[in-house]
Design a protein around this ligand. Structure first.
Ligand code: UDP
Length: 370
């Protein structure tokens, strides 16, 4: 049977958009499907009161990969936004990531040497040679005061599990530095695309056919017949009808408020690190773009246990889920003409630059094989 397209790309998020862009550039035909009514996946931004709102949580592009930085700059101009979140712990503000400003506020220390000594003192009793849990790793890195004030409550809210049951790697995402530098990321390149992520993704898929509100899995047999190869970026367990069970995620809910003031919190991101405040953070979107609009839109972000039908956000990479994923991965590898990619397709806590890098690598291989 004649198949109309070379590729059917399921999901118009970053992985799908990069893949589509590359195959289109190589002269192949493709169709993009998305079951939502918009493109962009979770990086989708939408204008409200002239402010670009990050509808599925804040996305700050950062990378240390020059090639990826050049790549995204083809599709958008990036502003000079540098993420410097604040932590609000019971009304006290601390700078993040953990740096000399944080240590100064916490202990009154002035020099890096004093800060090191303080941390050394605090972890002396509980130092673990090779930390396995987030709790052990956190105390090793910054001592117990910071763990109790800035990490424990936030992490337990975000993941819905105690820190001694969470993997250490989650906290290794955060820099610890002994300079007065509030930049949340160590990467040399960082920014927000001017005009929002949606415009960037639009540019990536310019000239490519897109069908929105089209659910691939609901009509799989039909869609499988339209293209020679499928690029599937949806949840891997859903593809296999949850045959081995359901992979767990954390989900988020957002409570948006448009305020008749021009500045609510003076910063794009404020984390609420105590256990009692029900939300994890408040995002004030205009500050991602140095906005000067008369109004402001804020989003309180709540982390919730995911159940089937909710939006999946963070894969839970604990032992049980990793084993389950490995079983699905085996099925995926055996699946002919289907490429699994992206955060949901690979069940991976991916940053945006890593998703793009992974799509570029895969598409190159696939095109070479054709
Ligand atoms: N984290 C924390 N306190 C904070 C911010 C982050 O303890 O104020 C920890 C928490 O365990 C979180 C992890 O660092 O899960 C990674 O945070 P990041 O900001 O990278 O998460 P994302 O922005 O991807 O949600």
């Amino acid at each position: 049977m004649h198949k109309k397209y070379d590729f059917l790309i399921v999901g118009a998020g970053l992985y799908g958009a990069v893949f589509a862009h590359e195959v289109n550039k190589a002269g192949k035909t493709c169709l993009i499907l998305d079951k939502r009514n918009h493109i962009g996946g979770n990086v989708y931004t939408e204008k409200v009161a002239d402010i670009q709102v990050h509808r599925y949580g804040a996305h700050i592009f950062h990378t240390s990969n020059t090639e990826i930085w050049r790549y995204v700059n083809q599709f958008a101009e990036f502003n000079r936004f540098t993420n410097s979140p604040l932590a609000n712990y019971k009304g006290e503000l601390y700078n993040l990531p953990f740096n000399m400003n944080t240590f100064n506020k916490m202990w009154g220390v002035i020099t890096p040497e004093e800060a090191r000594q303080k941390i050394e003192q605090q972890r002396r009793d509980s130092y673990v040679e090779s930390p396995r849990t987030l709790e052990e790793q956190a105390i090793n890195l910054v001592g117990s005061d910071i763990y109790e004030t800035l990490i424990r409550g936030y992490t337990e809210k975000q993941w819905g599990r105690p820190c001694h049951e969470l993997p250490a790697f989650i906290i290794r995402r955060l820099p610890v530095r002994f300079t007065y530098d509030n930049n949340y990321f160590n990467d040399p390149y960082q920014g927000i695309p001017n005009g929002g992520y949606t415009a960037m993704v639009e540019k990536m898929i310019e000239g490519i056919e897109v069908r929105l509100e089209a659910d691939y899995l609901a009509d799989k047999v039909y869609w499988d017949n339209v293209a020679k190869q499928i690029v599937y970026t949806g949840p891997i367990d859903a593809y296999f009808s949850f045959r081995y069970g359901v992979l767990a995620y954390r989900s988020l809910t957002f409570d948006n408020e448009l305020l008749e003031i021009d500045n609510y919190q003076g910063n794009a991101v404020v984390n609420y690190t105590d256990r009692e405040t029900p939300y994890t953070r408040i995002i004030e979107h205009k500050h991602f773009e140095f906005g000067t609009q008369p109004q402001t839109l804020i989003t309180r972000e709540y982390s919730v246990e995911w159940k089937r039908g909710d939006e999946p956000y963070y894969p839970i990479n604990d032992e049980l889920n990793s084993i389950l994923y490995a079983k699905y991965k085996q099925l995926a590898d055996a699946e002919q003409h289907v490429i699994f990619g992206g955060r949901l397709g690979e069940y991976k806590y991916y940053d945006m630059d890593k998703v793009i890098a992974s799509a570029l690598l895969r598409v190159k291989e696939v095109l070479n094989e054709m």
